[in-house]
Write a protein that binds this ligand. Sequence first.
Ligand SMILES: [Ca+2]
Length: 320
Amino acid sequence: MCVCLCVCRPVTADSVGVWTQHPEADQRRDGGAAEGSGHPQQSVSHLQVTELTTKVQTLNSEVQRSNTEMYSIKPVQSHGRDCSDIKDNLMSVVPKIPSGIYIVHPENTDSSFEVFCEMDYMGGGWTVMQRRTDGLTDFKRPWADYADGFGHLAGEHWLGLKKVFHIVNQKETRFQLHVALVSQDDVTSYASYDDFHLDSETQFFCIHLGRYSGSAGDAFRGYDQDLNQDTAPFSASDVDNDGCNPSCSFDNRTVESCSAQHNNTGWWFNQCGLANLNGSPEDTEQSQRTHILWDTWRQSGVPHTIKSVTMKIRRIATNN
Ligand SMILES: [Ca+2]
């Protein structure tokens, strides 16, 4: 904000035109004013005019450079409440809004924080809430990490449930959720939900999903109401809300904790369900396999091996 205040008002020769246009006439005018006010008279030579003009030109080029840098190097700037808001705000100012890290300040919160905005994908305006690409970030995490977020915004990360809660619970906004999947064979697919919001932390960030559309199937809901993760609370390695109470049974195995079953990752498990986009391999020998689970995306009846995924949210235009 400070940078903007400092540089947004362009410095032009016109703003000091009194010195540059007719210095002699201006000297006379200043002289008259000086006589009346009793202030000492200031004279301006052609040399001083030249110096001032040069200074103005230098300042002008600095301002233009600063403005260019604001967008080309993607420094963190606060431009809105979420990436959709940033896109709307910048659309009329910048011909092409770059994807990158921005600061957002959601409505009705005291907090500002950094997010990665995807401005190219499907019209842009997407706030990324999760990204898996190379498997190098550890998703085996306790509750506090899933609440606050972890990883690197420009790479693999989990934005954090508190931050997502702030974004999707702004007044008079609705958000859609888009899950973009890439298989080991570079096949792409997606699952989209036309409404998405979370309850607060006191309600364990229960997830609420609208209508599904897409090509990957609705793994959040699965095929069986018992496994439906819509409205499920979040679980992590140290917080168990998974619906296996005291235990569930899979393939004649007894499971007490879905997080433990999924190698201590966090998700909206429900006995445990067919989706876990935070799934991680169980040991280093299997590091080539991410264990990202979206069980409804299948080929010849076999689930695709998923190598990367992005979860992103965007405002839905409301008519009211
Ligand atoms: Ca349990």
